[in-house]
Write a protein that binds this ligand. Sequence first.
Ligand SMILES: [Zn+2]
Length: 66
Amino acid sequence: MPRRFICPHCHSPVDPDAMDSAAGPSAHYRICPVCDEAVLIALAPQPAVEASAPSGVAALIPEPTP
Ligand SMILES: [Zn+2]
């Protein structure tokens, strides 16, 4: 039985082997073929620690340089 998991974005059951992989700085992601969103692949079967707290948002707001 193929491994499946539920995409946290579109809630579709997707096959990880059919997804494009993407490597982040500290985690691996897969691109959902249904909604084309990056999905964090967790190795442990625990509830997905989703990137709901975007730690990289500060990069989008550069500090004003004097
Ligand atoms: Zn999806």
